[in-house]
Every structure is written in structure tokens, then in C-alpha cells.
Design a protein. Sequence first.
Length: 277
Amino acid sequence: MSSNSEAVLNQLRGEALNIRRNLWRALRAAGSGHVGGSSSAADLLAGLYFHYLKLRPEQPDWPDRDRFVLSKGHANAALSAVLAQAGFFPGSLLDDFYGYETLMGMHPDIKLAGVEMSTGGLGHGLSVGVGMALGARMQGRGFRTVVMLGDGELQEGSNWEAAMAAAHLGLSNLTAIVDYNKIQQSNHVHEVLALEPLADKWRAFGWSVRELDGHDMDEIVTALDALPFSQDGPSLILAHTVKGKGVSFAEDTHLWHQNVIDEETYQKALSELGEPQ
């Protein structure tokens, strides 16, 4: 039986709903964008930013803050939404998403408060995360590093070099989360380049692995509270998710990896998502 209180879980579910509403808001302002992979990550981001990560939004460069790297940078609408909700910058900035001379781009910009790494070119975030975790050890600091990866991104070989290095170095202060929605830009992942058996691959590289439903807040919080899964090496959360989660016409299709968002589509999405909490 779960020890997580229903009040805490409901608060986190509300934050996840607001992330989804706000990412649609940002992408409506842009006129198009990466809805699918942003929506699949919303529950995981809510659990991280409002339950697990130690951060000071009023002091974004606090040396002992936990580090979060969104390696799947095309989900920046979700990251921007959660950073705004956490208080790193005003939510009104979302209304200028992808605007001229704004820091709100389709991919994260390190010049924006709360962003630890400019990402977009896939396959690089985990390597940088290894460096952050190793740096914490060398500096004698207690901060933790979390890297979120896409599943299609795992077709990049640099991820596996980083995975091997993290295990070799025994980086128990490093966690990777795979947003396993099983769809990439052009098709289902298994049709492009199959990843299975994915959990066993990570274990073979020396990581401690937990699989969970990436939309079940109870499972998410339970896994985060159990970190690190081993004191001897890095941890991997394999989160099974649904691309476009929350809006029926965007769910489970590569057509909403990226798409145009007009006012009618936006209003339909908000209607399905429900009222903000």
C-alpha cells in the first residue's frame, strides 16, 4: 500500500494539469510546436519540480541546487511551463513563446532562469549530466543531477557512452528518466530502430532500473523517494507514457510530435484538459 498522502498526490496532479494547459498556451502563442513529447513528460516534471528537486527559484544559481537537464529539448514548452509555475519567471512570458528576441525558444536556452543546459541536438544531455554529477563529487557538494531522455533519442550512441561512464564512475548521485512514449518524429520507435529489451540494456550497462507508469503520480513519487536505487551507481527510471497525453486527438500519434495550433484547436485542447487547479 502506498504511503503517499492523497492530498500531496492531488496537489501534484493539479500541477501536472497546469503544466499541460500552460504548454498548450505557449505553443498556441508560437502557432505550432512539440505538443506530443511535452505532454507525455508533464506528470514526471510535476513530480520532480514540486516534490523531489531542491531548488531556490529566487536564487536560480544557488550552488547547492539540484540539477535538471532536459536532454529531449524539443519538450521545452513543458519545461518552460513548469519553471514558470515554480516561480523562476512570470507566467506571462509563456505568451511570447518562440517570439522575436525572446529566450522562450522551441528548445531550452541556458540564459533563461532555471535552465541548466541548452539542448535540442539529441544525445548530449546525459554526457553533461555525468559531468555535473562527477563535479558534485569532486567539489564535495551534495546536489543531485537528473536527466530526462526521450526514447527516440536513445538511438544516439553518445547516450550509451555516457551510460557506461556513469556506471564505471559509480555516480549514485545521477538519475536518468526515460520518457518512454514509444513514438518519435516520424513513426513508432520500434518501426524506426527498436530499443527493446530497454530495461535490460540499462541494467547491462550497470544501472539500477525501475519501470513505472509515467502518468501515475503515486508511482512517480514512490520512485523519486526511493532514489538512489543503489548506493554504488546511477539510477534509471523507465517511465511508460503516452505521447500527447491529456488531449485525445493528440494522443499516441506521431502526427502530434509537432503540429500547427490554431485558436480552435487550442480551445478544444483546453476543453479536454479541464479547468486549471
